[in-house]
Design a protein around this ligand. Structure first.
Ligand SMILES: NC(=O)c1ccc[n+]([C@@H]2O[C@H](COP(=O)([O-])OP(=O)(O)OC[C@H]3O[C@@H](n4cnc5c(N)ncnc54)[C@H](OP(=O)(O)O)[C@@H]3O)[C@@H](O)[C@H]2O)c1
Length: 260
């Protein structure tokens, strides 16, 4: 039953980054409901453990879940994380969801090291994880890669003083669509997912920043998203991703409200 609903995801192993909270956590819970085994990655062990507890409460056996606490911005930790994931077996589904909206502020005042960090987390980590799991996917003739982006890639002017986020998400989308074409016909699909405006810690963090530093426009925009009640739940954002994950589409930019 889970297999019919999940488009063949039952029994597959999925690596989800940023699975300790927010959208990544909701994707992980949804994948478990569809019968997938899980490798869950984030920096915070405590939040990963909380996700595991939630899974256990839903009857997901511990052997179906591997937790990896690692900083994706750190190459050494990333390599160790990938080794730990692959030691468990082939990764058939990769959801590169972890991301950072930092650094925020006037573009000319952003140190190059902070910009590098944003690209490391939002782009390089996704590419590196993909490179690590891809040989197994192509050998099997089946794989699903989803890179979680943002509407900012389509409208970079909408988030002034979030230049690193805009640039790194645009780069992530270009990488994804280019790779999808490279892999066309292999059975491995690569798609981008823009989750919409989601009620998560990332939104809350932006609202909590100093207006002077991040600019009244950016601060006001995110405060309005919350006060107007337009933020959607992480569960809704995850459901729209999962509804498409089992299909054969590749090289697409999925939006949360697109009809499935
Ligand atoms: N919320 C929105 O409205 C929205 C809109 C458009 C796009 N997105 C995108 O959706 C994705 C998920 O965002 P969210 O809103 O769910 O954010 P969130 O609640 O802040 O969750 C982000 C997750 O990524 C992990 N993470 C962040 N930096 C990491 C690092 N260096 N290494 C490993 N894990 C790291 C975090 O865990 P640790 O801190 O423990 O590492 C956390 O589990 C992001 O790519 C974001 O850009 C969100």
């Amino acid at each position: 039953m889970a297999d019919e609903v999940g488009g063949g995801l039952a029994g597959r192993t999925a690596l989800v980054t940023g699975a300790g909270r927010g959208i990544g956590r909701a994707v992980a819970l949804g994948l478990a409901d569809l019968g997938a085994d899980l490798v869950l990655l984030a920096r915070s062990s405590r939040q990963l453990e909380a996700t595991r507890e939630e899974l256990a409460g839903r009857g997901v056996a511990d052997r179906r879940v591997l937790l990896i606490a690692a900083d994706l911005g750190d190459e050494e930790q990333r390599t160790q994380a990938v080794d730990a994931a692959l030691a468990r077996g082939r990764v058939e589904i990769l959801v590169n969801n972890a991301g950072t909206v930092e650094p925020l502020g006037a573009t000319a005042e952003i140190p190059a090291s902070d910009l590098r960090w944003a690209f490391e987390v939002n782009l390089i980590a996704a590419v590196a994880l993909t490179a690590a799991v891809l040989p197994g996917m192509t050998a099997a003739g089946w794989g699903r890669i989803v890179n979680v982006s943002s509407g900012i890639a389509a409208a970079p002017e909408a988030m002034v003083r979030a230049n690193a986020y805009a640039a790194s998400k645009a780069a992530l989308e270009a990488h994804s669509l280019n790779l999808a074409e490279e892999l066309r016909g292999t059975g491995v699909t690569v798609n981008v997912y823009r989750p919409g405006r989601v009620d998560t810690a990332m939104q809350e963090w932006i609202r909590g920043q100093d207006q002077e530093r991040i600019g009244a426009a950016l601060h006001g925009r995110f405060t309005r998203f919350a006060s107007s009640g337009e933020l959607i739940t992480p569960e809704r954002a995850a459901a729209a991703l999962l509804a498409r994950l089992g299909g054969e589409e590749t090289g697409r930019v999925w939006e949360v409200d697109d009809p499935v």
